[in-house]
Design a protein around this ligand. Structure first.
Ligand code: 5AD
Length: 349
């Protein structure tokens, strides 16, 4: 094995300069890193793949992320929210198909005060006591995050987006603060959430040196979950004409992250599966162990597009069958488990 990959697999710590060197060889090392990452993943999770049902419940957003179709500036988008009963129906559909984790995702929507979210979370926890709830609703203050935790949310996804403060400012403008985002991530961890960070690969303005900073941040932060996907342009944003991120580089970064954090929950992201048809299979071969099919009902799905993607509507049951069919020949299978993070194999739920 390449000496730096070996060092990564053993020491699980590299210097910024070493990360940069590994990234510079991404084409040559893609296969080797993938093999090593897959071996680590199989050692830790066997051939099990966890699945989470994602419910996109509001596309209102106060932020202006230049890459994202939900940005407040996008006036072509029909804004909508699911009602509480629509959200619960989506959970029921998921649960009857074996989903044990509900991921509630939205733009940063001020309508969802704690007064609205807490009863919803309580209701989900009562009706599905064996299931986990993951929130992906943007930055919130620590009191709010504590209330949501007390109401039963145990996991939180908040991609850091980039670990370079200058690129962060360029992508998000002055309304959002890099340091507040990082602070929010550390708050989540301190409260006790299983916390996910992550970034896109190939977002306009990003260089390999920025990805090296991301890897260094991930190494320091040690997230329990990690979302990494290629940037895909959205035709309703100023990045409409930009090229998408490189799928191979995305797979390579996923592999490096598996070597860095053997137990991390690492999804084969929808963006990667959108960009390349064999995205799920290739992601598993590069160290991923989670997939997040959508539970979002039709009308919202059509209006919840962070990036351009087809709107074909398949039921969750069909999607899960397709996933199984794709991964079974490789010896993998979807497993009906909560799949919480645990630092060692024995603690796995
Ligand atoms: N392409 C790919 N991923 C995107 N996201 C937002 N916009 C895009 C895009 N155009 C990602 C961001 C965000 C997550 C929910 O989706 O990283 O954190």
């Amino acid at each position: 094995m390449h000496p730096l990959l070996e060092k990564l697999a053993e020491a699980r710590k590299l210097s910024l300069e070493e990360w940069s060197r590994l990234l510079a060889c991404h084409r040559e090392l893609l296969h080797e890193a993938g093999e090593a990452a897959r071996a680590v993943c199989v050692e830790n999770f066997g051939h099990s793949v966890f699945y989470r049902g994602i419910i996109e419940f509001s596309n209102h957003c106060k932020n202006g992320c230049r890459y994202c179709g939900l940005q407040a500036e996008n006036s072509q988008r029909t804004r909508m929210r699911l009602t509480e009963s629509e959200i619960l129906d989506a959970c029921r559909e998921g649960f009857s198909n074996g989903v044990m984790t509900f991921v509630l995702q939205s733009g940063e929507d001020a309508y969802y005060t704690d007064e609205r979210l807490v009863p919803l979370l309580r209701h989900i926890r009562e009706e599905f006591p064996d299931c986990a709830v993951t929130l992906s609703i943007g930055e919130r203050g620590s009191e709010s995050l504590k209330s949501l935790f007390a109401a039963g949310a145990r996991r939180y996804l908040l991609r850091h987006e980039t670990a370079n403060p200058l690129l962060y400012r360029d992508l998000h403008g002055a309304r959002q603060s890099f340091w507040e985002r990082i602070h929010c991530l550390y708050t989540l961890k301190a409260i006790g959430y299983q916390t996910g960070c992550g970034m896109m690969i190939g977002v306009p303005g990003q260089k390999l040196s920025d990805i090296a900073l991301d890897l260094q941040f991930i190494q320091a932060f040690r997230p329990e979950m990690l979302g990494i996907g290629p940037f895909i342009p959205n035709s309703q944003t100023e990045f409409a004409g930009c090229s998408p991120g490189d799928a191979e580089l995305t797979l390579y970064v996923m592999s490096l992250c598996r070597l860095l954090l053997p137990r991390v929950l690492l999804p084969a992201t929808t963006a990667l599966r959108t960009l390349i048809p064999e995205g799920l299979a290739r992601a598993l071969l590069h160290g991923c162990n989670v997939v997040m099919p959508s539970l979002t009902p039709g009308p919202m799905k059509n209006n919840y597009k962070l990036y351009d993607k087809s709107t074909e509507q398949r039921t969750l049951a069909t999607t899960l069958e397709e996933f199984q069919a794709e991964i079974r020949p490789m010896g993998y299978s979807l497993v009906r488990r909560r799949g919480d993070f645990s630092p060692d194999k024995e603690g796995e739920s």
